[in-house]
Design a protein. Structure first.
Length: 116
């Protein structure tokens, strides 16, 4: 039960950060401060940053294994949404999902303090 509580807390942090960044950069795009390739790059970076922060808060004792579990759960959710919306799976998305999973593992492995 404690594991799922940590997951949902981290998921809420990640999702809130995702929505905040998305709204912020949408506002910048609406005001014509950002345009073109900048928007495309930012749309790719926003999920990476939010999953990294969510995995950072999800970590416990296991580090990379916690990140793998958190990232896998998020990716399953994203895959379901992708299949529901587009009725298919793009192989190009597999590379992006792999990057998201690696980011999750990296985020949960960060800042581990060792006892002396």
């Amino acid at each position: 039960m404690k594991y799922f509580k940590r997951f949902f807390k981290s998921f809420i942090i990640s999702f809130t950060l995702f929505l905040f960044l998305l709204l912020f950069f949408t506002l910048l795009s609406y005001l014509n401060i950002l345009s073109g390739k900048g928007i495309t790059i930012i749309n790719l970076i926003i999920p990476i940053v939010s999953i990294f922060i969510g995995a950072f808060y999800f970590k416990n004792k296991k580090g990379w294994l916690d990140g793998l579990c958190f990232g896998s759960m998020i990716l399953i959710l994203l895959l379901l949404i992708n299949v529901i919306i587009y009725d298919c799976f793009f192989t190009k998305s597999l590379i992006y999902y792999s990057i998201l999973l690696f980011t999750s593992i990296l985020g949960s492995s960060m800042n581990k303090k060792k006892k002396i």
